[in-house]
Design a protein around this ligand. Structure first.
Ligand SMILES: [Mg+2]
Length: 214
């Protein structure tokens, strides 16, 4: 029985708010629906499935065309300027691997978007499995899937499971799955805001988290 880390991408491994990810979404909504400027949709910590459902509610269209346009825009923007890696991200993953801990992705991104973002930083090799944004609008379900997939892939159970994320929804998803939440304040939320949700660990970044955990 080992330890599993279920790791979020945006705001945790890679800078999440703003940058090429937001531009890609704005660009694809402009291209599909002719909407100019930022769109009034909350994205932080939410799954792509939930975000896309809200956009379709607001502007119409089909999920298929929206997903396709978003992936195309994401690829275009990221090929020019990928959102940067956050402090300690690669070291945290390497350390997990070195210590024999298991890794699974737990992200609101749909799998192709997640893999594209990680590819630009050479991080896909750390994550043979994961739970992704197409699983559910509910992040707790995505995390449940990430854990199940890890158990299946690694053919083992885990004594300890951590959700590593940056948002209140990550903490709530961890609690819903009765696992621990290790949170970094490199995303949209401040330390004070995150403390209100009572994570098991709260650190300024993954470098600090690695020092506490390992
Ligand atoms: Mg996040």
């Amino acid at each position: 029985m080992g330890t599993l880390f279920v790791v979020d991408i945006d705001g945790t491994l890679i800078k999440g708010s703003g940058g090429s990810s937001s531009l890609a979404l704005i660009d694809c909504v402009r291209g599909l629906y002719g909407v100019e400027g930022p769109i009034n949709v909350e994205t932080v910590g939410r799954t792509d499935k939930a975000i896309f459902a809200q956009i379709i509610d607001m502007y119409g269209g089909t999920l298929e065309e929206l997903e396709k346009a978003y992936l195309r825009a994401l690829e275009l923007y990221w090929s020019r300027t990928p959102n940067p890696l956050l402090p300690g991200a690669r070291e945290f993953l390497s350390k997990c691997q070195e210590l024999g801990h298991r890794l699974s992705l737990g992200t609101g991104n749909m799998e192709r978007a997640a893999r594209l973002k990680l590819e630009y930083h050479g991080l896909n090799c750390f994550f043979p499995v994961g739970g992704f944004g197409e699983v559910s609008e509910d992040r707790a379900e995505v995390i449940r899937w990430a854990i199940l997939e890890a158990k299946r892939h690694y053919e083992q159970d885990f004594a300890t499971i951590w959700v590593v994320g940056d948002a209140p929804l990550d903490i709530e998803a961890a609690k819903a799955n009765e696992v621990k939440a290790a949170i970094v304040s490199t995303g949209w939320y401040t330390r004070e805001q995150l403390l209100e949700y009572e994570p098991d660990l709260l650190c300024p970044d993954l470098h600090a988290l690695a020092e506490v955990l390992f």
